[in-house]
Design a protein around this ligand. Structure first.
Ligand code: ZN
Length: 695
């Protein structure tokens, strides 16, 4: 899984609460379900084959709040109990015997399955999709919250035939009956329940293939055909690179990637079926600023590290997230070059040092560590391990490890044993320093960066000189500048020392450097050097949505007499999928006196309309922000805001709740919200009533 915001969430893995069941092995699961989006329910059956390893009197499955219609064991009525959390089968189960278990059930999952767009009037935006990790597949299917139970799942899903149904495995058949279409998927290999997934919606797809012949399906919304190339750029390059680098063939029949709206994370690596946030659907301009490459590579790497070999429990979570982060970084190194790789390591080293300095450092073996530790410290640990034992040994160890534990579960000890192999490498020091120690060894990391990266060697040298020399910062930077080729290094110098740069130097940078370096100036300069008007204006033409957004605002603020010119120049630009430029533009157009007075109402209606649940939550959040700061919220906006307090994405929910709290401090808003009561649904009403009582 990949978070879009680093280090905020603490990851509690399934295993912390899951109960082990080691006398029984579930082998095969045949799922046959019908999904009804109108009442957000799932109904159907699952048939499991399981083998009893040692005689036992109870066997259980996890099933959260489902409605059981019938349970049969070997085709006979079974003695069972159900607590609302676990289905327990009571019988004298004999060792070495295989049983067949049939469960007919229905469910109205409150989490794990998300239904979007079924209640609005926007055609084609309807979706249903799952998120198993951290949310429990057992909310929609009697299955296993414990990751060590690996089952070969085959799924049949019946749904309205006008939509595309996508799930793990090979689509082996479709059949139409009574207006519905039944999609049959087959898996060849076992996986943990949290990796089971489906996604349903209005999709087109592009088919590509890896160099080893694995079919790769790239899904997209029908209206996004021009964005397929930039969004999925380098997909086969990454796939081929990972297969070659890891040295073990991709283990699943095919690979699919499906964007969905308002996803909970950046992406989720369901087996062969990555679901990711459609905010990564981008055009060529956005590619430079914000692209899908890292998330693409991260979820793909999980197909080996996480899906093929799976942690026994959260104390080995490094084996998932550290590895996916590291291999994604290696793939990016292949695509964007060596220095890109080291800059990323440097940036994470700075974040990890901060955590250590605050006394909040965490060990990689701590199941309760945060994502910064599991992901970034985890990737650092692998970089160190690889340089310590050498590339050849590292690769051999990885191969041994994946071969031995493929389709099984692992601990960090299992990994360490295989990576050591029969070499006499002493790995205790590594283990203590990188896996057990809470602190991040920044000085050691810095030495490595200086030794291995040309850019960082120069950067640290420059830093030192600025700290120790009597010369002015501007002259020191100038003396380095002409010998630097790297745009990333130049951008970093600007971001770090922008306050020391002279106007003359800034003018030269704008005149001579490329988009990346100019962007560093556009985003960091708090105050534009007003004399450089034409230079500043030229930044508005750069092919970067970040630069354009920054400069539109800064130019509009700094040169009031030219506001109309800047607005005309950027009219119609949308920006990223969060519509960053359009939202800013509408706000500025409304604030600019006498700007297109005939259109004022249209512009207001457009901006105000973006708070509607029809739009992705990033757009809604932006619209709420601008409206609150500049104009105020209409009754419709307030209704949308109250609705957003119940949104399934915790980031957006949190934002909406805190904005609402802020508004309700004002009497006027409190009264208006109270007056809208009749329009709230039950959950909204309960939430608001509690708030009003507390006031
Ligand atoms: Zn991940």
């Amino acid at each position: 899984m990949k978070y879009s915001l680093i280090a905020i969430l603490f990851l509690i893995t399934n295993s912390l609460t899951a109960q082990l069941q080691d006398k029984v092995d579930f082998i095969h699961g045949k799922v046959n379900i019908k999904i009804d989006p109108t009442d957000e329910s799932i109904a159907g059956s699952v048939t499991y084959q399981f083998k009893v390893l040692q005689k036992v009197d109870t066997v259980f499955l996890d099933a959260q709040n489902i409605n059981i219609i019938g349970i049969k064991l070997n085709n006979k009525k079974a003695r069972t109990s159900y607590s609302g959390k676990k289905i327990i089968l009571h019988k004298h189960f004999k060792a070495n015997k295989t049983y067949t278990l049939d469960i007919a059930y229905s469910a109205s999952p409150k989490q794990t399955v998300y239904f979007l767009g079924w209640k609005d009037d926007v055609p084609g935006n309807e979706q249903v999709w799952t998120q198993g990790q951290g949310k429990y597949t057992s909310h929609w299917l009697p299955s296993f919250d414990d990751m060590t139970e690996k089952v070969e799942f085959d799924m049949d899903i019946s749904f309205d035939r006008t939509y595309q149904v996508i799930a793990n495995g090979n689509l082996v058949a479709t059949k139409e009956l009574e207006g519905l279409k039944k999609w049959s998927f087959n898996m060849d290999q076992p996986m943990s329940s949290y990796l089971l997934a489906f996604a349903i919606g209005d999709y087109h797809r592009k088919e590509v293939e890896s160099s080893t012949g694995i079919p790769i399906s790239l899904y997209f919304y029908p209206s996004d055909s021009t964005k397929v190339e930039p969004t999925y750029r380098y997909t086969t390059t990454i796939f081929n690179f990972l297969e070659k680098e890891i040295g073990i063939p991709y283990a699943w029949q095919n690979y699919k990637q499906i964007p969905v709206r308002d996803f909970l994370y950046a992406g989720m690596e369901n087996t062969g079926t990555t679901i990711f946030s459609d905010s990564y659907i981008i055009d060529s301009t956005a590619f430079k600023d914000r692209n899908y490459v890292n998330v693409n590579a991260h979820e793909m790497a999980h197909q080996w590290f996480g899906n093929l070999v799976t942690e026994v429990d959260g104390s080995s979570h490094w084996l998932h997230e550290g590895f996916a982060t590291y291999y994604a970084l290696l793939a990016e190194k292949e695509i964007f070059g060596k220095e890109y790789y080291y800059w990323k390591l440097y940036e994470t080293a700075i974040q990890l040092r901060e955590l250590t300095e605050k006394g909040m450092g965490e060990a990689l073996i701590d199941p309760k560590a945060g994502s910064l530790t599991f992901y970034e410290k985890g990737a650092w640990a692998l970089h160190i391990l690889r340089s310590q034992i050498g590339e050849t040994n590292f690769r051999l160890g990885i191969k041994r490890y994946l071969k031995k534990y493929g389709f099984k579960n692992v601990t960090i000890d299992n990994f360490m044993e295989e990576i050591k192999g029969d070499t006499d490498n002493e790995l205790d020091t590594f283990r203590n320093r990188w896996l057990v120690d809470k602190d991040f060894p920044f000085e050691e990391a810095k030495k490595i960066l200086i030794r291995e990266s040309e850019d960082l060697k120069i950067f640290f040298e420059l830093q030192k000189k600025i700290m120790t020399s009597n010369m002015g910062n501007d002259s020191i930077i100038k003396s380095y500048w002409q010998n630097i080729d790297s745009d990333r290094l130049k951008a970093k110098i600007i971001k770090t020392y922008h306050k020391s740069l002279s106007q003359e130097f800034i003018g030269k940078v704008i005149g001579n450097e490329n988009v990346l370096v100019r962007q560093a100036l556009a985003t960091t300069l708090g105050q534009l050097p007003l004399d450089l008007k034409s230079e500043n204006e030229s930044l508005l033409d750069d092919g970067s949505y970040i630069t354009k957004e920054e400069m539109l605002y800064k130019l509009w603020t700094n040169y009031p007499s030219n506001r109309e010119k800047y607005l005309n120049k950027t009219k119609g630009i949308i920006g990223f999928s969060n519509r960053n430029i359009r939202l800013l533009w509408l706000s500025l157009a409304l604030l600019t006196k006498d700007y297109e007075p005939n259109n004022t109402n249209n512009y207001y209606m457009e901006l105000s309309g973006y708070t509607s649940p029809k739009y992705p939550y990033e757009v809604r959040q932006g619209a709420f922000q601008f409206l609150q700061q500049l104009i105020g919220l209409s009754d419709n906006n307030l209704l949308d805001l109250v609705g957003a307090t119940q949104h399934h994405s915790w980031q957006f929910r949190k934002y909406a709740r805190s904005l609402l709290d802020q508004l309700m401090e004002k009497k006027e808003y409190r009264e208006r919200i109270d007056g809208l009561r009749a329009k709230f649904n039950m959950e909204e009403l309960r939430y608001i009533t509690n708030k009003l009582i507390l006031e």
